[in-house]
Design a protein around this ligand. Structure first.
Ligand code: ADP
Ligand code: MG
Length: 254
């Protein structure tokens, strides 16, 4: 049985007078790898940030695992969610950014242990055990005691992925996770993401890595100007794009 993990219905978002999301409709099912492509400024990050409560949707409906994001529904009225409920929703969603944002004064292991200990109140020993497992999973067991400055960009990003996984999220959001990396470090991060995908993690990935999208995605959407222009299987959207804007974009990045 497939269940819906993320559902967006006519999602709108403006900054002042500028409408950045102009009615996004999409559905991500449990276990799916969902890639979002599109030119800079098309609203990709804003959409991910809405899912993770970093921005507030101002029109339409956005839900994760059957629950509206940011709002409580009573009858046909919507009320803003309490901070506590927002925090609970955010705990279930992991996010990895272009910039790794690791805590510089903490070791790799301490970075991964931080949220389980501080947010979930886990005993340090248990958080440490999980942290070491996760670092091993991203290929960094030997680097547990290193500080971010002692790690390459690719290693830092892998720690950031382990840190997000430490909260046992049901959904992972990736916002151009390899865009800030030197080309020779991109592969090791994509490999970790492929491994996660194989493990059944539900993932929304904003990326310019067409090879990754072709190989790993179940669904690819092309976003431009705050709307989804084209959506479908990677072989169709990437191999046989229908829309002129998708074709133009792909001809630039391929
Ligand atoms: P993408 O990730 O596709 O490059 P973004 O979602 O970052 O696009 O941005 C879409 C548009 O929204 C851009 O024009 C950007 O300048 C604008 N924007 C994003 N965040 C803000 C903000 N906090 N305030 C004002 N404008 C914003
Ligand atoms: Mg962006």
């Amino acid at each position: 049985m497939t269940t819906t993990m993320v559902k967006a219905e006519n999602v709108h978002k403006s900054f002042g007078h500028v409408e950045v999301l102009k009615g996004i409709d999409l559905e991500v099912t449990n276990g799916e790898v969902f890639c979002i492509l599109g030119p800079s400024g098309s609203g990709k990050s804003t959409f991910l940030r809405c899912i993770n409560h970093l921005e507030r949707v101002d029109g339409g409906r956005l839900s994760v695992d059957g629950k509206l994001i940011g709002y409580r529904e009573e009858g046909d009225k919507l009320y803003e969610m309490h901070e506590r409920e927002v925090a609970a929703q955010r705990r279930d969603i992991g996010m990895v950014f272009q910039r790794f944002n690791l805590f510089p004064h903490m070791t790799a292991l301490e970075n991964v242990m931080e949220a389980p200990v501080q947010v979930r109140g886990e005993p340090k020993a248990a958080a440490r055990k999980l942290g070491l497992e996760l670092l091993d999973r991203v290929g960094l067991a030997e680097r547990a005691g290193n500080y971010p400055a002692e790690l390459s960009g690719g290693q830092q990003q892998r720690v950031a992925i382990a840190r997000a996984l430490a909260m046992k999220p049901k959904l992972m959001l990736f916002d151009e996770p390899t865009s800030a990396l030197d080309p020779e470090l991109v592969g090791e991060v994509l490999d970790v993401m492929k491994d996660l995908a194989r493990d059944g993690m539900t993932m929304i990935v904003v990326t310019h890595e067409i090879g990754f999208a072709r190989e790993v995605a179940d669904t690819v959407v092309f976003m431009d100007g705050g709307v989804i222009v084209e959506a479908g299987k990677p072989a169709d959207v990437l191999g046989n794009p229908q829309h002129v804007r998708t074709k133009a974009f792909l001809s630039k990045v391929l």
